[in-house]
Design a protein around this ligand. Sequence first.
Ligand code: DAK
Length: 256
Amino acid sequence: MAYETVLTETHGPVRLIRLNRPEALNALSVQLIKDLNAALDEAEAAQEIRCIILTGSEKAFAAGADVKEMQSNTYLDGYLGDFVAQWERVTQMRKPVIAAVAGFALGGGSELAMMCDFILAADNAKFGQPEIKLGILPGAGGTQRLTHLVGKSKAMELCLTGRMMDAAEAERAGLVSRVIPAADLIPEAIKVAQAIAGMSLPAVMMAKECINRAYETTLSEGIRFERRVFYATFATPDQKEGMQAFVEKRPPAFKS
Ligand code: DAK
């Protein structure tokens, strides 16, 4: 399907969703969020798709919510419109979603990247929560997810000063899983996504669910949850295939 502000490409079992408002550094307008959500719905529903990449351009993943569109909003627009719920579609995805970030990932752009399962960063990536400079604060999970990922001290500094951090600092801080030369970002992201797509989809989805549970519960509850899900993997044909393939010294051919 074609969208106004988002482009999509399919690479075998991988769907690449590209934010595409170059004139505004991919600022996240209402239309863009609507298009993104529709593209995510489509990828989640497509049986042949097993992993999703969310990316922007070489200059910007997304420079935040659209300030020009947002500037005249009132408290009641926000409260009654419940915009936050519309921003969180990516967190409800059951299939894995990789953020491939080049250039600016600021404000809502950084928050959107953090909603994905992990972030691959180009060496020109810049992350920041500059909302404070606009007289507001991060409103799509930034104060929470950034703090979980990089700890209180750095999250506090970034949110209170609006300072940007580069890709190397973001990697040291644990915000991104890896830094990749900008020119190689998309090919590498596709390679990683294809590797994930080659695994058992239920095992991938269950592992994702367990890791996300670590952010929402105590360690002992999380361990109990993981154990139940672990036992459940033995009810899948893919577990039998994966272990049989290992014993027979051949690559596994997962069916689900
Ligand atoms: N919104 C609208 N337009 C933007 C934009 C943005 N966030 N960022 C850039 N643009 C536009 C610029 O206005 C400019 O447009 P023209 O003037 O050419 O028409 C064009 O993109 C190119 O930008 P620049 O000329 O500024 O480019 P530079 O390379 O010089 O600078 C920059 C790049 C990224 C440093 C700069 O553009 C910048 O500081 N941008 C704003 C960054 C920012 O403050 N972002 C945070 C926005 S607040 C919520 C969920 C989320 C949020 C809020 C609520 N709910 C669910 C309730 C999130 C809030 C935010 O993200």
